[in-house]
Design a protein. Sequence first.
Length: 142
Amino acid sequence: MASAHDVAAYITQKRGEMSAMKLQKLVYYSQAWHLVWEEKRLFADRVEAWANGPVVPSLYREHRGQFKVKDWPCGDASKLSKEQVESIDAVLKFYGPKPAHYLSELTHSEAPWCDARTGLPPSARSSREITPAAMAEFYGSL
């Protein structure tokens, strides 16, 4: 199975420099839609419901303190299968042109993030997981 780092490497190769927040959201949507289209996880890394939206902590540890990300040397895009690349490309086509703030706001309006943060104040720190099941259920219903 690919890792979130492999997905991030592919996204930065395809889209170039972007904010770390936008990269996080594109990786999240890649996981969510791959779950719907292929009925399996794109990567095993945990996704958490942070105050600014979904975050993959294993990615965050690498880009912490950086506003912009130009490439992702921690991952290997060649590890992705044809089906995985097709899912990511579809996500990039739809979500890629949108600004990071828009993607963050969008995730804030969707059930997987909202449900994982139930009972928390808006800016509260959280390590609650956004489960693959929650993603598959919500995005599969769209």
